[in-house]
Design a protein around this ligand. Sequence first.
Ligand code: URP
Ligand code: ZN
Ligand code: ZN
Length: 469
Amino acid sequence: MTDVLITGGRIVTAVDDYVADILVRNGKIETIGRQLTAPSAQQHDASGLLIFPGGVDVHTHMEFSLGPSETCDTYETGTRSAAFGGTTTIIDFVLQRQGQSPKQALDDRLALAEPQVCVDYGFHLILTDASIDKLKELPDLINQDGISSFKMFMAYPGILMMDDAAIFRTMRTVGTHGGMVNLHAENGGVIEVLIEEALAQGNTSPKYHALTRPSIMEGEATHRAIRLAELAEIPVYMVHLSAKEALEAVVEARDRGISAFAETCPHYLFLTEEEYERPGFEAAKYVMTPPLRDHHCQQVLWRGLKFDDLQVVSTDHCPFCFNENPYGLHRSKQMGHDDFSKIPNGAPGVELRLPLLFDGGVRSGKISLNRFVQLTSTAPAKLFGLFPSKGTIAVGSDADLVLFDPEQQHVLSAASHHANVDYSLFEGRLVTGKVQKVFLRGNLVVDGENWLGQKGLGRYQKRSASGVF
Ligand code: URP
Ligand code: ZN
Ligand code: ZN
């Protein structure tokens, strides 16, 4: 493999900010210094550019079945889109079905993903069956297969929801082996009653998705999840946190020294519930779970990011097309045209995390540049057992590098993104700051608008313990 020399860029990590050259050898960072020379190496002038460690997005759903629906991005299209957005590692999901062996579910998913993936990847395992015989497999999954995080749902009764006993039993099992439990925290039983009431009153439009998922029920479930983890003495991670009541529960626990962690997503930081007032069925584009919240929640989330009450920004990339064609009704929001409860939950965004957070977070003065790297790369890598090969720019780390132009303006649009989906949550939004070049283990995979990577280049990452931070 050819050496790579990147000169004159401004290297930004979670703690550093300086101008230097980077020499890459065999896919790893060999040397960082001034005035480096390597005549036989591939040369890249990064003057005027920022260099970030490759983004780590710990929440994506490629080729994911959610009830009767399936996301539009394959492992190939979704990870190529991720790379264009400066993300070089994703953690996606294996879904264990009722009665299925977790190990078998992982092996099936690996076989599907491996030939397709364009960036490095790992998996969380979603448990839907926590019977004793299934739980017995988890220690080996953690120690041998590198699956150190397990997602469970406190919502979607009858499909994915787990009761408190199952959650607690799982926590007991994985905690002693370096595992962490990730919770989708919403009170699924209460939400089901609210949905029944809304439909009985003839309220079928998309905005009732939001009205039937109140933020206090996210707060309630978050509090409950953390208390269960506290009793089980295990770290816990709250996914896609959106509500101020949920954040209050995390802050309260962290203040008491509990290992409670949480992520939020760009849509909660840049959009509000006002999107549900869009005319006709347009609002269905914004049907994700939890739903978009009010301006006050948004301010509270930004404060949480700044002061480390929230540790990670992930995308929860879960793309369903707006239109039925070309990928079919089961990959389309149109499934719920006459009944909001049938709209597939989820939205695209894997490509937009870095530009949005740089523009709306760093440039607007809400978070520092170092904090930006911490939130998008370093903290997720550390929390999910990928550090230090991922998440930083240091000698010996993987040469996953993003060359970023902090001044280039561009307009976000479905017409220019690389995801396999026909709309963007941020259509027409002008942002400043654009990914220029992306290296995956020293391979130049993105160069401006050109795709130089290839499917199958991504490597499965066996992760070490999660929740050690
Ligand atoms: O609406 C969402 N977030 N869909 C993806 C599944 C999940 O709950 O993460
Ligand atoms: Zn979820
Ligand atoms: Zn999700």
